[in-house]
Design a protein around this ligand. Structure first.
Ligand SMILES: Nc1nc2c(ncn2[C@@H]2O[C@@H]3COP(=O)(O)O[C@H]4[C@@H](O)[C@H](n5cnc6c(=O)[nH]c(N)nc65)O[C@@H]4COP(=O)(O)O[C@H]3[C@H]2O)c(=O)[nH]1
Length: 773
């Protein structure tokens, strides 16, 4: 515009210059042309002719000049009209809306496209300003840009804005504005180019909306983690759910490798391969349950599925959608727990107990074992619940459960059947009475006072019902019902007691437990004494030793046979204290007789299988020998064949320990068990004792005679010495002599006698056997 102004300024002086040049030429022509003619022609006729020529020449010259000027003007006006036309058409036919707008915003000129866009006629638009047609939300920004442009801060601007059409519709347009500045403000105007971008904008808005919807959706599901990775595993996308599931914010996660973020070390190789395989094949891996890791290192179980996203001109991206299964897993575990356990006491429930009992029954049937089911019911629970409320009742049940748990062994199954009813399964029950003993222990424990918060003291006496396999029932339901029926009897009997399903067993068990109590007392007060039964050499009749046999005379019950109290001592655990007492007596007595100068003999002590299996026997014997000074070689330990067959390796180890101390070892009641020859060979034995059952009718029963003979020969083959037990007659002794049996003991020579009696026998010994009775 400025250039055009300058050009027009220049053109303004062209007519003046032309007129002055013409004036000068004319003046010179008038002044000098006649003189020139006079110098060329002197005669008037020629001069007159020349004058005419001069006139013609002037006319031709000025006509040519006028022609040039007129032609030029015509040319100029023609070219001006053409460019105006081009400009007009450019504006009019432009595919974008074009407007000339005054600095105040008034539309000065508008093209057809703009009229079409805004829905107004040209005349209507020229009456309006852009402010009137701009969407109120966009006006301030547009106005500010106008002002910045007018103030010279910028020469043009563009923006996306909304216009209000005449019909009220809103259209989106891209506006590009340039300022056409003139010296005179009235000549200053804006050229605005307005392009309809409604479609693009709408699509863009839709995209943004869908992106927002997508993001909001993803972010509003806290348990769904969506992560995007490139083919190397670098994190590209990390939604809010990922933050919550894995603990990394998106700032922390994006750009880092997935392997470092959430993949446990042992899975990294597999995941790396899976990611690159998905990227190269474009196929997603199957969905699966995975245990990944959180930022704090803790494991998190997720159900992970994948999608491979392939965008144009971009490398494939792998998206993982991980659903956090933590809550689900917890619920699952809780459900599994509730299906098997009681939520209050955390003990197994009836269902679990029944399953366990079913399994135990299978084993018991197969291995011919006994088992017991005890049902325990609190005697006054209802009263406690009614008087103190359910909360106290619950606390009480929890404490009772804990107490019962402490009483049970690892192999027992304790369950809460419901309410105040608990059940205990005892597997591998050795004797029916063991269940009663356990029941008594439970009753004792239940009687102890319980402290319930804040300061309530209560006792929860109980009743117990017991049923046994195989004695009572052989299936789960019947065993439980049997125990329940027994419990009912116990309750009817005045509570705080136990009952077996059968009355006979109850009576037996009670009797045994009474006896057990007396035995316990007898052990404590030293009511048990050792008797000595002489052992003699068959060939010479010389006393070479004695077997110590326990005798118990109860003040009320009288003499109680070892056949009764030894098994009782074994099942009650008293055997350990008793066993030590006998061993001690043997060592002390043996040493005393040696010191007295009596002939050196060996003293044989019966050792129970229970003492053997404890593994302390070797040490106990060593200590006793050291304490008493009794030589180990005179101590003999008798172990029954059945005891030796229990835990072979342990037994052999204990025997070797004992052997190492110098103690002699004898196998008792030989022939009653089923030890193999190979096993016998492995045992570090010195003496084999033939069971008295073979001896007692040996003279009348040829089979027993043969068996005895075979046992003696076998013993000798294995380089053991052989002692025959229970020799009652001279015939038996003679037969044993024939069979080359080394030693014997039995009523034929002497019954077990008190220590003093035996001492006398020993003292009397003159190298020949003397009958003691
Ligand atoms: N009919 C008959 N019997 C005879 C004859 N000679 C001895 N006896 C008896 O046979 C048993 C031999 O003891 P045992 O086989 O070790 O069998 C013993 C032994 O296994 C066990 N026992 C006794 N005292 C103890 C002990 O201190 N500790 C251990 N663990 N068990 C003991 O009690 C079982 C029985 O002991 P007892 O009643 O004293 O019975 C003794 C003894 O009195 C005889 O000629 N005829």
């Amino acid at each position: 515009m400025k250039q055009l102004d300058a050009k027009l300024k220049k053109l303004r002086y062209y007519p003046l210059f032309g007129a002055l040049i013409y004036l000068l030429f004319g003046a010179l022509w008038i002044t000098f042309s006649d003189q020139l003619l006079l110098s060329l022609a002197v005669d008037p006729q020629t001069l007159s002719r020349y004058q005419s020529y001069k006139g013609y020449f002037y006319i031709v010259l000025t006509a040519a000049l006028a022609w040039v000027l007129l032609r030029q003007r015509l040319h100029f006006s023609r070219s001006l009209t053409k460019s105006e036309y081009i400009l007009d058409q450019t504006i009019e036919k432009a595919a974008a809306g074009i407007a000339h707008v005054s600095p105040s915003g008034q539309f000065l000129r508008v093209n057809q496209e703009l009229c079409r866009l805004l829905g107004y006629s040209m005349a209507e638009l020229r009456e309006l300003s852009f402010q009137q047609l701009t969407h109120p939300m966009d006006l301030a920004r547009d106005q500010a840009l106008v002002e910045e442009t007018l103030s010279g801060l910028r020469q043009h601007y563009s923006l996306e804005k909304r216009y209000l059409r005449k019909d009220g519709q809103v259209i989106w347009a891209r506006l590009s504005v340039s300022l056409i500045a003139a010296t005179d403000i009235s000549d200053t105007f804006f050229v605005s180019v307005i392009q309809d971008i409604s479609d693009v904008k709408l699509a863009q808005l839709k995209l943004e909306e869908s992106e927002l919807r997508f993001r909001t959706l993803l972010d509003s599901m806290p348990t769904i983690s969506v992560q995007g990775y490139d083919e190397d595993g670098t994190t590209l996308f990390w939604n809010k759910g990922s933050e919550l599931v894995y603990g990394y914010s998106s700032q922390e996660a994006i750009g880092r490798n997935l392997l470092d973020l959430i993949i446990p070390e042992k899975m990294q190789e597999g995941v790396r391969e899976a990611v690159s395989q998905m990227a190269s094949s474009g196929e997603a891996r199957h969905a699966e349950e995975l245990v990944l890791k959180r930022k704090d290192g803790s494991p998190v179980t997720v159900y992970s599925s994948h999608a491979v996203v392939i965008l144009p001109d971009k490398k494939p991206q792998i998206y993982c959608i991980d659903i956090d299964l933590t809550t689900y897993k917890q619920q699952e575990a809780q459900l599994a727990f509730l299906a098997q356990y009681d939520p209050l006491t955390h003990l197994p429930n009836r269902h679990f107990f029944a399953n366990q009992l079913e399994q135990a029954l299978k084993v018991a049937r197969r291995e011919q074992l006994q088992l017991a089911v005890l049902i325990l019911d609190l005697d006054n629970f209802k009263n406690i619940n009614d008087s103190y409320g359910h909360n106290v009742g619950d606390q009480l049940l929890k404490q009772v459960a804990e107490k019962l748990r402490i009483c049970c062994r690892d192999t027992d199954t304790l369950a809460r059947l419901g309410g105040d009813e608990f059940a205990i399964l005892i597997e591998h029950l050795e004797q029916p009475e063991d269940a009663a003993r356990f029941a008594q222990e439970l009753l004792r424990t239940m009687q102890q006072t319980l402290m319930l918060p804040p300061d309530l003291e209560l006792s929860a006496a109980a009743s117990i019902g017991i049923s046994l396999f195989p004695q009572h029932h052989d299936n789960v339901e019947a065993l439980l019902q049997g125990a329940d029926a027994a419990l009912y009897k116990a309750k009817a009997e005045g509570r705080n007691t136990y009952y077996y399903y059968s009355d006979q067993l109850t009576a037996q068990a009670r009797q045994r437990l009474v006896l057990e109590g007396r035995l316990r007392n007898a052990v404590k007060t030293g009511q048990l004494h050792c008797y000595y039964q002489p052992q003699l050499e068959v060939a010479t009749g010389r006393i070479i030793g004695a077997e110590l046999l326990l005798r118990w005379r109860d003040p009320e019950l009288g003499f109680v046979s070892p056949e009764i109290f030894i098994p009782l001592a074994e099942s009650s655990g008293l055997i350990h204290a008793l066993g030590i007492q006998v061993l001690q007596q043997a060592c002390v007595q043996g040493k005393a007789w040696l010191d007295e100068g009596l002939p050196a003999i060996s003293l044989a002590v019966n050792v129970s299988a229970h003492q053997f299996s404890r593994g302390e026997l070797g040490q106990q014997v060593r200590t006793l020998l050291a304490e008493t000074g009794f030589p180990a070689k005179f101590l003999e330990l008798e172990v029954t064949e059945s005891a030796l067959m229990q835990d072979e390796d342990k037994v052999i180890e204990t025997m070797q320990q004992l052997r190492a101390t110098g103690v002699r070892l004898a196998i008792d009641d030989f022939g009653t068990g089923y030890s193999s020859l190979a096993y016998l060979q492995r045992l570090p034995l010195d003496i084999l004792k033939v069971d008295r059952r073979f001896i007692c009718n040996m003279t009348t029963n040829p089979d027993n005679q043969q068996i005895t003979k075979a046992i003696i020969e076998l013993g000798h083959t294995l380089r053991f010495e052989v002692l025959a037990e229970g020799v009652e007659t001279a015939e038996q002794l003679a037969m044993l002599q024939q069979m080359s049996c080394n030693y014997y003991q039995g009523y034929y020579f002497s019954k077990p006698v008190p220590a003093e009696t035996f001492r006398q026998l020993l003292a009397q010994q003159q190298g020949v056997g003397v009958r003691a009775h």
